[in-house]
Ligand binder design. Sequence first.
Ligand code: MN
Length: 339
Amino acid sequence: MTNLEVSPQQEICPPAPAEGRSGPCLQLWPEREVPLGGVRAMNVKRTLPQRGLPTIGAWCFLDSFGPDRTAMSVLPHPHIGLQTVTWPLAGHIRHRDSVGSDVVVRPGELNIMTAGHGVSHSEFAVLPADGGGLPLQRGLQLWVALPDAHRHRAPAFEQHRELPVADGRGFSATVMVGEFGGVVSSATMYSPIVGADVACEGDAVLPLNPDFEHGVLVLDGGLAVDGQDLPAGPLGYLGAGRSELEVQARPGTRFLLIGGEPFGEELLMWWNFVGRTHEEVEQARGDWEAQATLPDAMAAGARYGLVHGHGPDAGAEAGRIPAPPLPGVRLTPRKRTVD
Ligand code: MN
């Protein structure tokens, strides 16, 4: 998945203080509908980044799409400086990328793409073989910011078809990335982090890492946290310093739990790029546009490589997503107040 906004703005994400932006709390951060380009684009609700809550741990982007009967078709586009975490809830998605991957991801399976210095990929809904109707699509797309020591690394892709499960008082959690309840995912991550899909009913007590800040996105049902309602829709920010979380869950409740060590680096996010400076983002954009005119053989060796299957003979799948224009307003990261 990708940021398909036609006129994306640059977003500066200030570094989080080491102790997190808050101690234990429950703040509700509303989702916002994001206008996307293309008639086949999906209905997307974004809850990260937000002004005032740019990151939770290294998580810097959270989009929820569907449920919609629509044929997702996202042509090749680039990324830098991040990992994409794709978690389908309904429907199958075919992922192709410039490191040679061509895989289908289904509910219960996880795609992790590490962009590093530069990668490109496409994502298409898998249509029913019988040709009948559009598939129901629902899912989550998250980005994890790569820390400075890893953000220039070579691109990579991994798919996890079996994920470990942590069971506890009133809950059962599929551990997508990082560690939760003593259970560790084998997904490759570059900062202390957690991402889990939690099924929960009645009174539950979730073990948390008190060094992490956490957030919860209710997918189905609803929760009460600290005596306050947390319905489906907004992102609930839980702050840092919690070693456990007591919740009361309605029947059939399912939620995404994300968290991590407060991310101490300032980010500059624009379109599908996570960088540090305007110049870097401008260069990343220019490199993608420059590849458009290269023959395939040269594009394969260029910064973002080549996604096979989208050449001139690919019919409806031919082409690429051009980079939008950079906004006229130039943002420069704030000076660090803490080293
Ligand atoms: Mn993408």
